[in-house]
Write a protein that binds this ligand. Structure first.
Ligand SMILES: *[C@@H]1O[C@H](CO)[C@@H](O)[C@H](O)[C@H]1NC(C)=O
Ligand SMILES: *[C@@H]1O[C@H](CO)[C@@H](O)[C@H](O)[C@H]1NC(C)=O
Ligand SMILES: *[C@@H]1O[C@H](CO)[C@@H](O)[C@H](O)[C@H]1NC(C)=O
Ligand SMILES: *[C@@H]1O[C@H](CO)[C@@H](O)[C@H](O)[C@H]1NC(C)=O
Length: 828
């Protein structure tokens, strides 16, 4: 089956999902107008018009500067499209280095033809679909070959057209062909099957176009004449049955694949149907562990497998796979009402947080988006605890923050990038160091999921705001969630690798080389944002599509990011028990996966970034077996005051699926919640868990005293602090007036004479000091009544008790209650 040469991406509609109409097809409406990438695609797309995929496994074939990166497939192979030919190989090594499993990329063979002009413009894409890409190498004479790069095929397939086959070893010398040793003088072999060995091991090559002659020397296999027909090449594995199976299925080859899906209530069946040449029932295609969890009635073929970073790929016969997924049913709110034991504390925190909201001014998409979504969730919490009166104040802040994106002339702005086709951080189109590479198409799903989520919340409560802002928001939904090739402005589901079963975060930076995804929780959140957006649109098709994007990402997270130390699963992607004991993969890449991050090494960081943002829809993603493993693994960090509460709060929230009571108790030490949650939201989340053990989730916290007091020590001195000497020193008979008030996680202490909040140094190197205009984590104290009527103070920042040194200065350095200074509060 030959592809029709097309000038427009829309020509390929029939190859992609055709069941869902585009979200929109009009010119994206963003105030930043049009910008052009400083790294436009190379001649790979010479006959085609944008929009182009930017994030899929093969973008390195197209990305600047030289379109020659090693790319993430088509697995089990990795490959490079060079001017001289298409190189491919399978790693011979798999090492566990204590942190990661690494399968170093290697190229084993290069497929080409003798007449290849070897110029930069003599190969190009002729078609692609949601999984595969078709690449043509061509000469002016018409000679050349076409290769269908289809993930999951154990064979590389090269369709030659009036060209002389040229296969070059890229892994040591060619050692033998069909059992004949290849040495100094060339060996000529004719036939339709060739077994060849080089430094990589054994490959087998098939001619589907009749007998051919190959002349082998130590570097190349060269055709004896020009040839028109298909050559297939496959790696023979160590299994004794491997070659026999490859022989048996060699005649049927895939040229592309159609993605489709049907929805039945809250279930979906996703289908991959490969276009094949040959007998469709005899297509041999490899599955990964996540496929095998979802395949419906697969016809497995045993005796051939390939070990990849995602575990063993194993063959399935037939050109049509059906994969069944349960879809999420949760939308805006948790599916249970907040438990009464928690509501008073939720509302207290909520009132405080809403009163202290600030308008986030966009400096990027990422951090702004996190703040936007976290703020938006407060409106939903207020709604669910019956405090609708608090919602307008949240919406006011959200709208002011969002409005920055809709006016022209801002230094941070959204623009439509025309070389690849997508909405980007405008300044980033020429600078990959802006906004985590957003302008180079990195992290779009992370960034835009947060925005979609927050915007949907505003829209839920304000239809007129939605009418005004719908077009702008829709551009972002199309950017990460376009379902259809009929939208000319955006590639389909930009970040999703449908065969790999999850998204990639990497775009076109670094030559579009190796793929990674470091925070799968944020990827899941992207598709949650799209679900909420679709709910606002009232478009059930788009909502189902978003639910499919969500469900596949969650399955990917559980299969490839969540590790199960005690798992006895023979189909685990990670047979290395040492890796699994690390409980969480930090970064899934194409050639390695490991418990590490680009930015942090703490166990709680590695786990929390795969969980956040915590949302009610994810309750089944945070599965108990994984959470229990994580809980044990991070336990020492959870009681370590030097580990950030930002991360602990996330882990406690997720652990609420196992025991919301334990999560609640442990979270009472938290004074910082990071960018994606807050005390009100944490309490709301815990209060709405399944609560497997039953019983009250929250217990009433001992509140700090409230009011204005002088602080007196047991020796009768009063604590002073002045504008000139803000440090707290118990040396006076007068003392400064301090106002004690609630704040989430404890309370603040405010010098009313100087209008400054008391702050504590995390290292306790300097005394407490009334020196902050606003109260945040370092200004958070627990003031605890003792049985003798005195109080002790505990600094939230380092969980240390306040002591008094010989000069009378107050330090937060008491490790135990016994070391704590006792104070009497004298009401003013
Ligand atoms: C192998 O044959 C090719 C094609 O004739 C030639 O270019 C190459 O130099 C030969 N290599 C060796 C080591 O003889
Ligand atoms: C959805 O799938 C579940 C689990 O396979 C099954 O029990 C249920 O009947 C399905 N529902 C529908 C509507 O197909
Ligand atoms: C709070 O922190 C202190 C000091 O790290 C610790 O001793 C205490 O057990 C913690 N309380 C809870 C409830 O986690
Ligand atoms: C108490 O200590 C502060 C800070 O050292 C100092 O400024 C103040 O004069 C002292 N007051 C008395 C009464 O000694």
């Amino acid at each position: 089956m030959a592809f029709i040469r097309c000038l427009w991406a829309a020509c390929f509609t029939s190859l992609a999902a055709a069941t869902i109409s585009p979200i929109d097809t009009s010119v994206p409406s963003v105030p930043g107008g049009m910008v052009v990438s400083a790294a436009p695609p190379g001649p790979f797309f010479q006959d085609l018009e944008p929009s182009f995929p930017t994030t899929g496994w093969w973008v390195g074939y197209a990305a600047a500067p030289s379109q020659d990166s090693v790319v993430a497939g088509p697995f089990p192979y990795m490959s490079r499209a060079l001017d001289t030919g298409l190189q491919f190989g399978i790693s011979n090594t798999r090492n566990f280095d204590g942190t990661s499993i690494i399968q170093t990329t290697q190229m084993d063979w290069e497929a080409s033809y003798v007449q290849n002009p070897n110029s930069h413009t003599s190969h190009k894409a002729t078609a692609w679909d949601t999984q595969s890409v078709t690449v043509k190498y061509f000469a002016a004479s018409g000679a050349g070959f076409t290769t269908y790069l289809v993930p999951g095929s154990p064979y590389m397939t090269f369709n030659y057209d009036a060209a002389t086959v040229l296969l070059t070893s890229k892994n040591g010398n060619i050692l033998s062909i069909n059992g004949k040793t290849v040495g100094t003088s060339p060996v000529s072999v004719s036939g339709t099957k060739f077994t060849i060995t080089n430094g990589a091991g054994t490959y087998v090559a098939y001619s589907l176009g009749g007998s051919i002659t190959l002349i082998a020397n130590t570097t190349t296999l060269t055709g004896g004449a020009t040839f028109t027909g298909v050559i297939r090449i496959a790696r023979v594995t160590a299994e004794s049955t491997s070659q026999e199976i490859l022989d048996q299925y060699s005649a049927t080859y895939p040229t592309g694949v159609a993605l489709d899906y049907t929805f039945t209530g809250d279930n979906t069946t996703m289908s991959f149907t490969w276009n094949v040449v040959g007998n469709a029932a005899n297509l041999l295609h490899l599955s990964w562990p996540h496929h095998r969890k979802h395949l419906v009635n697969p016809v497995y073929v045993t005796g051939l497998s390939y070990l990849t970073t995602k575990g063993y790929m194993k063959p399935v016969a037939g050109n049509s796979w059906k994969l069944s997924y349960a879809l999420p049913t949760i939308t805006w709110q948790a599916p249970r009402t907040p438990q009464a034991s928690c509501t008073e504390q939720i509302i207290q925190a909520l009132e405080y947080e809403i009163a202290h909201l600030t308008v986030a001014v966009p400096d990027d998409f990422y951090f702004w988006g996190k703040a936007f979504q976290a703020t938006a969730r407060l409106a939903l919490v207020a709604d669910h605890v019956g405090r609708q009166d608090l919602i307008p104040a949240v919406l006011t802040v959200l709208k002011q923050s969002f409005a920055y994106w809709t006016v022209t002339g801002q230094s941070t702005y959204a623009a439509y990038e025309t070389a690849w086709g997508g909405v980007v951080d405008g300044a980033g189109a020429t600078d990959p160091n802006i906004d985590f590479g957003n302008g180079y198409y990195n992290d779009h799903h992370f960034h835009y999921g947060y925005m979609l989520h927050g915007a949907a919340v505003i829209a839920k409560y304000d239809a007129s705001w939605w009418n005004t802002n719908k077009n702008f928001v829709t551009a972002f939904a199309r950017d990460i969630g376009n379902p259809s090739t009929a939208d000319p402005y955006f590639t389909v589901a930009r970040c999703k690798d449908w065969f790999a079963g999850h998204s990639w975060a990497s775009g076109i930076a670094n030559g579009g080389g190796s793929r990674d995804q470091e925070s799968v929780g944020e990827a899941v959140n992207a598709y949650y944002g799209l679900i909420l957006f679709a709910d606002i649109l009232g478009n059930q098709d788009i909502k189902n599509w978003a639910r499919l994007l969500y469900a596949t990402e969650v399955s990917g997270a559980q299969t490839y990011w969540h590790l199960y130390p005690n798992a006895n699963d023979p189909d685990t992607p990670y047979p290395e028990a040492g890796l699994r004991s690390l409980t969480t993969i930090g970064n899934v890449m194409d050639y390695q996966a490991g418990a590490w991050l680009f930015w942090g090494a703490q166990r709680s960081e590695i786990a929390a970034i795969q969980m956040l943002p915590i949302t009610p829809i994810n309750e089944d993603m945070y599965d108990t077996a994984w959470l229990n493993g994580v809980w044990n693994y991070v336990s020492s960090e959870l009681v370590d005051p030097t580990v950030g509460d930002d991360w602990k709060s996330i882990i406690y929230m997720a652990y609420g699926e196992v025991s919301p009571q334990t999560a609640f108790t442990r979270s009472t030490n938290i004074t910082a919640w990071g960018g994606t949650t807050s005390q009100a939201y944490l309490l709301y989340h815990l209060s709405t868990r399944k609560n497997p053990g039953g019983g009250n989730i929250c217990t009433s916290a001992a509140a700090n005293p409230a009011g204005t007091f002088l602080i007196r020590t047991s020796t009768g001195k009063f604590v002073s602090s002045s504008a000139a000497a803000p440090q707290l020193v118990a040396n006076s008979s007068v003392g400064a007036p301090f106002s004690f008030a609630y704040m989430p996680g404890g309370g603040s202490i405010f010098n009313t004479a100087t209008s400054q909040y008391v702050t504590a140094d995390p290292n306790a190197a300097v005394p407490l000091s009334a020196a902050r205009a606003v109260a945040q984590a370092w200004e958070n104290f627990k003031v605890v009544l003792q049985s003798d009527g005195t109080y002790v103070m505990l600094a939230g920042v380092n969980s240390q008790y306040v002591t008094i040194d010989s000069t009378g200065a107050l330090f937060n350095n008491g490790a135990s209650l016994a070391a704590a200074a006792k104070f009497t509060l004298v009401a003013q």
